[in-house]
Design a protein around this ligand. Structure first.
Ligand code: GCU
Length: 684
C-alpha cells in the first residue's frame, strides 16, 4: 500500500546520484547467495528489495563469483565465501542471532555473515539502515549480538477484531471472529518487527475469552500455523495467550487444578498437538488470577504450581511459559487504607523465588502499578535472583495520550532499565537482570504491548511509530541512547533534511516531559476518566475498587508508602533505595506523591511549593504542547503532504486537549486548597 506512513521506517527513498555511484563501486549490483536456507532467502529478498528502492535498479542474484564486486550473504557453515571473510576467532564471536558486516576498505566486497540465517537477516537490516541513515560504509567492520534473548511483542487483539487498549484502528489479525485470510499485512508487520530485531510475538490478548480459547482447537490451529509461518520466515516465534481454564472450556474437564493428573495430561496432549502443527511454536503467555481471569488460586494452588504445570507440557519441545506478574486485588474497598496495590506483585511472587521451572519466565511490568506516565521501577526486579525475568513495557499509549498526544517513551524505558536494584551491589541494573548477566538465569528479555492496528500508518499518530521502532532497538541493545534512536528513526522515516531531523528529534525527546507536565503531577498517577482512560478526571478512580488513589483533601495530596507511617511499599526495595524513598527529603520530586502524602505548601527540591508546582507545570505543559504544533508547522512542504497533515491534525488535538487537562487540574486543586496561584493567572 502506498498510503502515507504505511512504509514506516522501511520507506527507503531513492538515493542521490552521487551516493548511488559510490555504492555501485562498492558492490557492483550483485548479490552472492550460495546456500538454501529459508532465513537466508528472506534476507536476500529484503536486501534485493531494499537496494532496488535505494538504487533504482534491481541487483543481480549470483551463486558463484569470479572476484567481481558483490555483496556476499551467508552463514559461516553454509557459505564458503562468508566463512572465508573472517578468522576463526571472529566467527566464534558471533552468537546464534548475531552478525558481522564487513566492507572492504578498497571497495569491491561487502560481506554479511552470521552463524544462522536469522543473524544474516539482522545483518541485512543493519546494512540497509546504514545506507538509509547516510552512515559511512567504506571500511565498516561490525560485529553485533543481541543483548536480550527474548525480544517480544504482545498483541492485545481479540478475535472480534477489536484491540484492547488499541489506538490505531482495528486488528490486523482478526475480523468478525475469524482469523484473517489475507496475510499480506501481517507479513508487512513481520518485516517491520524483524527489521528492529523482534524475535517473538504473542498474537492474542492476554485476556483470553471464549473465541480465543478456541484458537487451540483443531479447527483454528491450521490458520494459526499459517500466521506462524509468516512470522517464522522473519525469525519471529509465535506464542499464544492461553486461558487458564481451557481444560474446562474446551477440554470438557470439570476443573483446571494444576496438580490434578488429568489436567496435566490434557495440557501435555494439547501442547503436543500444537507442536505438530507448529514445530517452532514459542509457548504460552498467561495472565492468571488477575482482573477476573481464572488461575491456580481457585484450587488453592500458587502461581509456581500453575506455571510449572504448563512448563512441564512445553519442556519437551523447548517452549516457554511467559507468566505475567500483574496480580493484585482489583476489588479493593477504597475505605481500606492498609491494602496497597503497588505492593501486590512483590508480595505474591517473591515467596516463590526458586520454585519456577527453567522454562518459565515471569513478565513484570516496568512499574508496580500500571504503565503510568511516571512510576518508580518495580522492586520485583531486584528480588528474584533464582527466577527468569522479563520486563514488560506498554508501547500502546493507554495512559500516555492514546496516540493522540505525542509521547516518545524510550526515555522512560531507559530510566527503568538503568535503575540500580542493588541486588548484587552497585551496578545491579534492571537491564542486567533481564539480559541474564546479573543472576545468571536461563531466560529473560523484553516484551512490549504493541501500539499498532489497521490504520494506514500503523500507529494512528505517525510519530508513535518511533515507540515501536525504539522498543525493538532497545531490546537488541539497551545501551543505545534515546537521542540516538530518535535520530535514527527520524532519518529512516523522513530522510536527511537537516531541519526535519533536528525538529522531529527534539519534538520526540521533549514529548514525555511535556505530557507529564499537564497530566497527573509528581508521580501520583491516574486522574483519568474511568474505563477508557482518556482525558482528565481527578477523582475518576478515587472511590473505586481498583486501588489507585491520590487522597487529595483540602490540606494535601499523595500516598504514604513509607514503612514508618504508610503501607510499607518503600521497604520492598533494597538499600540504599529503600531509605531514599522512605525519606521525604530524599525522594526525587517527580516521585514525591507516589511515596508520600504532603501538604500543598510542602517545598520541593525545585524550591516551589507543591501547589505552585501543580499550577506552573500545568500552564507550561499546555504552552509546550502548543509549541510542538508550531515546530511541526515549520516543516510544511519539507515532509510530504499526506504525512504532514496526519501529524498536524494530531498535534492540533493535543494542543487543545492539553488546555483541558490544565484547566481541570488547576481548577480542582485551587478549589480543594483555596491557595491562589502566586502569578494570578486564570483558574476557573
Ligand atoms: C491494564 C489495562 C487492561 C489490561 C491490563 C493487563 O489494566 O487497562 O486493559 O488488560 O492492564 O495488563 O493485563
Amino acid at each position: 500500500s502506498a498510503e502515507p506512513g504505511y512504509a514506516a521506517w522501511l520507506g527507503r527513498e531513492r538515493l542521490t546520484d552521487s551516493a548511488r555511484l559510490a555504492l555501485k563501486a562498492t558492490w557492483g549490483q550483485a548479490l552472492h547467495v550460495a546456500e538454501d536456507d529459508p532465513h537466508i532467502e528472506t534476507a536476500a529478498a529484503e536486501l534485493a528489495d531494499g537496494l532496488t528502492k535505494l538504487m533504482g535498479e534491481r541487483p543481480a542474484r549470483i551463486r558463484a563469483s569470479d572476484g567481481a564486486p558483490c555483496i556476499v550473504l551467508g552463514t559461516f557453515g553454509g557459505s564458503a565465501k562468508a566463512a572465508a571473510a573472517f578468522h576463526a576467532a571472529e566467527r566464534a564471536a558471533v552468537g546464534d542471532e548475531g552478525y558481522r558486516v564487513r566492507v572492504r576498505e578498497d571497495g569491491g566486497r561487502i560481506t554479511i555473515a552470521g552463524a544462522t540465517g536469522r543473524g544474516v537477516l539482522y545483518g541485512v537490516f543493519r546494512l540497509l539502515r546504514m545506507i538509509g541513515t547516510g552512515a559511512a560504509l567504506a571500511g565498516a567492520d561490525l560485529c553485533e549480538n543481541p543483548a536480550n534473548e527474548l525480544r517480544m511483542i504482545n498483541q492485545w487483539d481479540n478475535a472480534d477484531g477489536s484491540v484492547e487498549r488499541g489506538y490505531a484502528g482495528r486488528s490486523i489479525f482478526y475480523r468478525d471472529g475469524e482469523i484473517v485470510r489475507d496475510l499480506s499485512r501481517i507479513r508487512d508487520y513481520a518485516r517491520l518487527l524483524a527489521s528492529v530485531g523482534v524475535n517473538a510475538i504473542a498474537i492474542n490478548n492476554v485476556n483470553v475469552h471464549r473465541p480465543e480459547t478456541l484458537f487451540m482447537t483443531e479447527r483454528c490451529l491450521p490458520r494459526i500455523a499459517r500466521i506462524a509461518d509468516v512470522f517464522g520466515a522473519y525469525g519471529i516465534r509465535l506464542f499464544l495467550s492461553v486461558n487458564y481454564a481451557a481444560p474446562i472450556e474446551i477440554g470438557g474437564l470439570s476443573a483446571a487444578d494444576p496438580l490434578d493428573p488429568e489436567v496435566r495430561a490434557w495440557w501435555r496432549a494439547k501442547t503436543e498437538e500444537i507442536y505438530r502443527s507448529m514445530p517452532d511454536f514459542g509457548g504460552y503467555l498467561v495472565k492468571a488470577d488477575s482482573e477476573f481471569r481464572p488461575g491456580p488460586f481457585t484450587y488453592g494452588r500458587d502461581h509456581a504450581d500453575g506455571a510449572n504445570m504448563l512448563a512441564e507440557a512445553l519442556q519437551p519441545f523447548g517452549g516457554l511459559v511467559i507468566w505475567r506478574c500483574f496480580v493484585y486485588n482489583c476489588k479493593q474497598d477504597w475505605r481500606d487504607r492498609k491494602t496497597d496495590r503497588a505492593r501486590a506483585a512483590f508480595d505474591h511472587f517473591t515467596p516463590l523465588d526458586g520454585r519456577f521451572r527453567d522454562n518459565v519466565v515471569l513478565q513484570v511490568k516496568n512499574g508496580p502499578m500500571d504503565f503510568q506516565v511516571r512510576e518508580p521501577v518495580s522492586p520485583l526486579f531486584g528480588a528474584m535472583a533464582h527466577t527468569n525475568l522479563a520486563i514488560e513495557f506498554q508501547a500502546t499509549q493507554e495512559y500516555t495520550g492514546q496516540q493522540r498526544h505525542l509521547c516518545y517513551l524510550v526515555p522512560q524505558w531507559k530510566e527503568a532499565l538503568d535503575f540500580d536494584t542493588r541486588a548484587r551491589g552497585a551496578g545491579s541494573t534492571v537491564k542486567r537482570v533481564v539480559d541474564r548477566s546479573l543472576f545468571g538465569t536461563r531466560h529473560g528479555g523484553f516484551a512490549a504491548v504493541s501500539n499498532i492496528g489497521d490504520d494506514a500508518n500503523w500507529t494512528g499518530h505517525l510519530l508513535a511509530q518511533a515507540n515501536l521502532y525504539g522498543f525493538g532497538r532497545l531490546a537488541w541493545d539497551p545501551e543505545l541512547s534515546a537521542e540516538g534512536i530518535a535520530e535514527e528513526w527520524t532519518r529512516l522515516t523522513f530522510g536527511a533534511d537537516d531541519l526535519v531531523v533536528r525538529t522531529v528529534r527534539a519534538m520526540l525527546l521533549d514529548s514525555w516531559s511535556i505530557y507529564e507536565s499537564y497530566t497527573a503531577p509528581l508521580g501520583v498517577g491516574w486522574m483519568v476518566k474511568p474505563n477508557h482512560h482518556y482525558g482528565p478526571d481527578v477523582d475518576g478512580y478515587e472511590y473505586s475498587m481498583w486501588g489507585t488513589y491520590h487522597f487529595a483533601d483540602r490540606d494535601g495530596i499523595g500516598v504514604d508508602r513509607t514503612a514508618a507511617t504508610g503501607t510499607g511499599y518503600a521497604r520492598q526495595y533494597r538499600e540504599p533505595n529503600a531509605s531514599q524513598y522512605e525519606s521525604l527529603e530524599r525522594t526525587p520530586d517527580e516521585l514525591l506523591l507516589f511515596f508520600h502524602h504532603v501538604p500543598y505548601t510542602y517545598r520541593l527540591k525545585s524550591g516551589k511549593t507543591v501547589i505552585q508546582h501543580i499550577y506552573d507545570s500545568r500552564f507550561e505543559g499546555a504552552e509546550r504542547a502548543e509549541a510542538l504544533l508550531d515546530s511541526w508547522t515549520r516543516l510544511e512542504r519539507r515532509v510530504d503532504d499526506g504525512r504532514y497533515a496526519q501529524v498536524k491534525a494530531r498535534l492540533e488535538e493535543q494542543a487543545v486537549h492539553a488546555k483541558e487537562w490544565r484547566d481541570v487540574l488547576n481548577a480542582y486543586f485551587w478549589r480543594k486548597s483555596g491557595i491562589p496561584d502566586t502569578r494570578g493567572r486564570v483558574i476557573y
